[in-house]
Design a binder for this molecule. Sequence first.
Ligand code: AMW
Length: 150
Amino acid sequence: MSFRFGQHLIKPSVVFLKTELSFALVNRKPVVPGHVLVCPLRPVERFRDLRPEEVADLFQVTQRVGTVVERHFQGTSLTFSMQDGPEAGQTVKHVHVHILPRKAGDFHKNDSIYDELEKHDKEEEDTPASWRSEEEMAAEAAVLRAYFQG
Ligand code: AMW
């Protein structure tokens, strides 16, 4: 079985957490190490389309995943971001929260991370050659999955 992420079919090997209403996957093109995504299982386009229980689950998963990726990738802070609609930079028409571990000095200007987020998956920049291999993504997902087991 695979997961739907907008127009993409996501293999279970790159998903590291699934709850009743949400799932978390590793990014094929992380802006920083540990840049992951949390999505509702139901493939709706906009945040306003979510039901209250989906919002609650999405944010609970976001909180749990943020804690894990900050620790695992030796961050000291987190950037959470949601691009909700095309004018906000959304490219995949399925609600998702970006979680990005942050460290001192990771960007020359702190808010440059938003410029990077805006352009990293735009057409000219987002060629298959710039994506990580499935093996690398599955290996990262396996390590993260272990934090949520037992
Ligand atoms: W958006 O610009 O819609 O806020 O963000 C889409 C995100 O999804 C980007 O970070 C992009 O790299 C990531 N992405 C797109 N397709 C896939 C995929 N098949 N597997 C993993 N990550 C993906």
